[in-house]
Design a protein around this ligand. Structure first.
Ligand code: HEM
Length: 265
């Protein structure tokens, strides 16, 4: 059987359409996005208004479904996580954490989220955008420290998420590289004991936010996290923290649908 040019062109178009549909349905590669440098993250702390709770339960459940649908529509470009802040962080109910390869994708998702029924009842209290980068100081650390840094945090879900914005002072940025290397070596030495109980992620925010770093942690052992912070407050590098927190954002980690259910029920 001989196929005409028209028939071949038709098959080719279908292959392209199917390929596009498959890649959209596959969604974004979460593990790659969360480990690659050059990933853009946006963190928004929201407070829910009182009118939300005046809505009937079915209306709130419908609104929660609307949010899930919006997240689904953007799943080919962004990864969305939520942290339940209500009761643990002042004037805040929810942290939305968005990751993608372009800040504009984060914005598209957040604009669509803000336009949902649920989103219209939320006021953003803080917004920070930041980017992940290759390590600046790790290459200068001694080999044994580099090897220890490869220790993986304990597997499994963690109960708590903590976000701490950090701004360095001008003296930090003008200090020669070798002095900053030495101070970051002290920072690392003071925190190695926390590698297993605390999972950490560093974001660079200079130029996108009023702070230089968004530091984000997940842990089930808040007492060990408290020890870590105290250890880090004792090192010289801490003298260059012009802002540490302000606010500290703390909440519990749950899947998005579970958090929406808290607000829908
Ligand atoms: C398990 C605990 C921790 C370990 C092992 C750790 C280790 C490190 C290492 C190795 C770096 C250098 C990254 C690079 O090469 O660019 C770094 C950077 C940094 N860490 Fe930590 N850290 C920990 C916890 C914390 C905590 C609790 C904070 C503060 C809330 C913090 C704040 C920072 C900041 C702001 C930087 C960036 C410094 C800069 O680039 O100027 N770290 N950390």
């Amino acid at each position: 059987m001989r196929l005409s040019w028209g028939c071949l062109a038709g098959i080719a178009i279908w292959l392209v359409v199917l390929g596009t549909a498959r890649s959209a349905a596959a969604g974004v590669d979460r593990d790659k996005l969360m480990s690659d440098p050059g990933t853009y993250a946006t963190f928004v702390v929201y407070e829910l208004d009182r009118d939300w709770w005046k809505l009937a339960r079915p209306a709130r459940a419908k609104a929660a479904k609307e949010v899930t649908d919006v997240f689904g529509k953007h799943a080919d470009k962004v990864v969305v996580d939520m942290v339940l802040l209500r009761g643990l962080t002042d004037r805040a109910d929810l942290l939305v954490r968005v990751h993608s390869t372009a800040l504009a994708h984060n914005q598209e998702l957040l604009v669509a989220f803000g336009a949902t029924t649920f989103g219209r009842h939320l006021a953003s209290r803080h917004t920070w955008s930041a980017v992940t980068k290759k390590p600046n100081y790790v290459p200068s650390l001694p080999d044994d420290m580099k090897a220890t840094l490869k220790t993986q945090p304990e597997p499994g879900p963690k109960a708590y998420a903590i976000l701490i914005p950090v701004k360095k002072d001008a003296a930090w940025w003008v200090a020669p590289q070798d002095q900053r290397n030495a101070m970051m070596k002290e920072h690392t030495a003071a925190s190695l004991a926390s590698l297993v109980p605390v999972k950490r992620k560093l974001y660079h925010a200079s130029g996108f936010a009023d702070v230089d770093f968004i530091t984000y942690f997940e842990t089930s052992k808040l007492d060990e996290f408290n020890n870590l912070i105290i250890n880090l407050m004792k090192v010289r590098e801490n003298r260059h923290n012009a802002q540490f927190g302000g606010p500290v954002v703390i909440g519990t980690i749950h899947p998005v649908d579970k958090i929406l259910a808290v607000f829908a029920s």
